[in-house]
Write a protein that binds this ligand. Structure first.
Ligand code: FDA
Length: 323
């Protein structure tokens, strides 16, 4: 397979994301153990204990953490309830290990019911809101916060509506906005108010041109416009990118808008540019590492491979040797 780079954009991204939807591919890839090289490099383990150990290790290096219990697109109400229990166990463990000051949780609403069908179109949304509320309350009791991940564009309105409801009782709840969507600059302005924790990322799903910028350069330009809206506003921006150019632009915009270090943070994924994570911490920045864990790592791994096809040969080797 030929990997061609066009203006920095990986042309394999979309086909990879489409291939990832095949049940056969999923079955084959999911047969790898979590200890397989490529999986282990992005996911520290499948259990709550493994997640907490990874968080403790990162916290010991001066990093902050957000833990994500993997398991998206749940279509059964029982599975949504199981995912909620996993978060409650996790939050309990964080409080017990005294980690809640540095470690929060990220939640995908489709893992707690948003995608459930039912008697009326709002059924899934109502279940997700109820479940998210339970997790927010447990996080508050443990002394930490929740950030709602953002999934594909068909869920954006529903996720922001749930955020709005949650923030009535839990104003500390964070959300994610994706610079590849045309709508996001306006969403950033609307959500740049005091106390509002917003993670800005480029976006990881295959989106159509009527809703999303396609060329990488346009996604990056939008990222900078969104950064200006967030850093120039009153909220708490969480700048989630590994892109060296955007990290540099974010740092200089932060000084231009008179932002003190600690009034915003950088975020990166577990296993991606760890030396840059440490460099930023040493320069006084707050850096949070997103750490996914659990058995349902397939969708997450495929999105990481789609944005980094250089990892394909590593991936194929892991698949063949299954270790
Ligand atoms: P880009 O993909 O252009 O990469 C820039 C550079 O970073 C690359 O040249 C390479 O050096 C390095 N790099 C990037 N990805 C790598 C990888 N997988 N392995 C190794 N090196 C890599 N998306 C979403 O849709 N909803 C969400 O809720 C979130 N949440 C989220 C949280 C956090 C903390 C992060 C960092 C990211 C997300 N994302 C996300 C994913 C995000 O949308 C995006 O897909 C990835 O961060 C990759 O985009 P970059 O900004 O890093 O740039």
């Amino acid at each position: 397979m030929r990997v061609r780079l066009e203006g920095g954009i990986h042309v394999l991204r979309e086909p990879m994301l489409l291939l990832a939807r095949s049940e056969q591919v999923k079955k084959l890839v999911s047969s790898m153990p979590v200890s397989a090289g490529i999986v282990k490099s992005y996911v520290p383990g499948e259990t709550t204990a493994a997640a907490i150990d990874a968080a403790a290790m990162l916290a010991g290096q001066g990093l902050h953490v957000t833990l994500d219990h993997l398991g998206e697109d749940v279509v059964e109400v029982e599975q949504a309830a199981t995912n909620v229990s996993a978060y409650l166990d996790l939050l309990d463990g964080l409080a017990t290990r005294n980690l809640a000051r540095r470690v929060e949780v990220s939640v995908k609403l489709s893992a707690v019911g948003q995608a459930l069908g039912g008697p009326d179109p709002d059924h899934g949304e109502r279940i997700a809101l109820k479940n998210a509320r339970t997790i927010c309350m447990a996080a508050r009791n443990a002394g930490t916060t929740v950030t709602l991940d953002m999934e594909d564009h068909t869920t954006t309105d529903s996720t922001l509506a749930i955020l709005h409801e949650l923030r009535k009782d839990y104003p500390e709840t964070g959300a994610v906005l994706q610079s590849y969507l045309h709508r996001t600059e306006a969403d950033c302005r609307a959500l740049a108010h005091e106390g509002s924790r917003i993670r800005l990322c480029k976006g990881a799903y295959a989106e159509p041109p009527d809703v999303a910028f396609q060329p990488k350069v346009d996604v990056d330009r939008s990222f900078v416009r969104c950064l200006k809206a967030l850093l120039g506003g009153q909220g708490y921006p969480m700048i989630a990118t590994h892109d060296p150019r955007l990290v540099e632009i974010a740092s200089s915009l932060a000084s231009r808008y008179g932002r003190e270090q600690g009034s915003y943070e950088f975020q990166m994924l577990y296993g991606v540019r760890p030396e840059e994570q440490r460099r930023l911490v040493e320069s006084g920045e707050t850096v949070r590492v997103y750490v996914p864990y659990g058995r349902e790592w397939y969708g997450y791994l495929m999105r990481r491979l789609a944005e980094r096809p250089q990892n394909l040969s590593f991936f194929l080797k892991s698949l063949i040797s299954k270790k």
